[in-house]
Design a protein around this ligand. Structure first.
Ligand code: SF4
Ligand code: FES
Length: 258
């Protein structure tokens, strides 16, 4: 918990908790081990509220209103209910929808089973040659992290309605992709396929975009995508960038302890 802000008391499921004013409610719940399922929240990105799975009820003057826990900022006296019959009903319907959207996702299946949802009444999404293997829930985290954090903008939503998928423009290899793998790291359903072949990293889900890898200047092993190193160099002092050796962690340790 950030201790620099103003501390307030909030109520979750009739229990009181301390939080910093302005903190995201979902963060408080996670810290206090209160289970609120979620898919599209990432603390390094601005609140977005895409998956709607983190819905809770806010109690105001005895009346309740549904809202997403990942977009609510806490304030003094905030009162929340996370597991009312309405909230649970909402989650179950959403999980049915996600079972249809991502029929091959083990993550979604496991989430659904926790709520007793084992099948879906909705039509399952079938996209021929889907590069995300029926595991994508279209939460948009990969697209946002590629744009907002990496500044690459290599992927986006393509097609419409039930045929919507995440991919590169025109489903073609995209040299804007740096092969950093941040998209795969944040994907809540582990839908994104990346293959390291040695001298190349192949972004299987992003139209097979090939990315050149660099070798360690010490041992010669492959250590990471070349565009990522170039990006890092462009962001630091030019003198330091000149001196920066491309070393794997083991060779760097050896160099430091020499
Ligand atoms: S690939 Fe993963 S991160 Fe990207 S939209 Fe689909 S579920 Fe979200
Ligand atoms: S985590 Fe809140 S809407 Fe997705």
């Amino acid at each position: 918990m950030d201790t620099t802000g103003h501390t307030v008391t909030i109520t979750i499921n009739k229990n009181q908790y301390q939080a910093v004013e302005g903190e995201i409610l979902l963060e408080v719940a996670r810290r206090e081990k209160i289970d609120i399922p979620h898919l599209c929240y990432e603390s390094s990105l601005s609140p977005y509220g895409a998956c709607r799975l983190c819905m809770v009820e806010v109690v105001t003057c005895g009346k309740t209103e549904m809202t997403t826990a990942c977009t609510v900022r806490v304030h003094r006296g905030l009162e929340i209910l996370t597991d009312t019959p309405d909230v649970i009903r909402h989650r179950k319907i959403l999980l049915e929808l996600y079972l249809a959207e991502a029929p091959h996702s083990d993550v979604i299946k496991a989430m659904a089973i926790r709520y007793g949802v084992t099948k879906t009444r909705f039509l399952k999404k079938i996209v021929t040659g889907d590069p995300l293997l029926g595991r994508c829930v279209l939460c948009g985290l990969c697209v946002r992290v590629c744009n907002e954090i990496m500044g690459a903008g290599a992927i986006g939503f393509v097609n419409r309605g039930p045929y919507t998928i995440v991919s590169t423009p025109f489903l073609e290899e995209n040299p804007a992709c740096m092969g950093c793998g941040t998209c795969a790291a944040v994907c809540p359903t582990h839908a994104i396929g990346i293959e390291d072949t040695g001298e190349k990293r192949i972004m299987r889900s992003w139209s097979g975009t090939p990315v050149e890898m660099i070798r360690c200047a010490g041992c010669g092993g492959y250590i990471g995508p070349k565009p990522v190193m170039e990006y890092a160099r462009s962001r630091i002092d030019p003198v330091m960038a000149e001196e920066l050796q491309e070393l794997c962690p083991a060779c760097r340790r050896k160099q430091v302890t020499r």
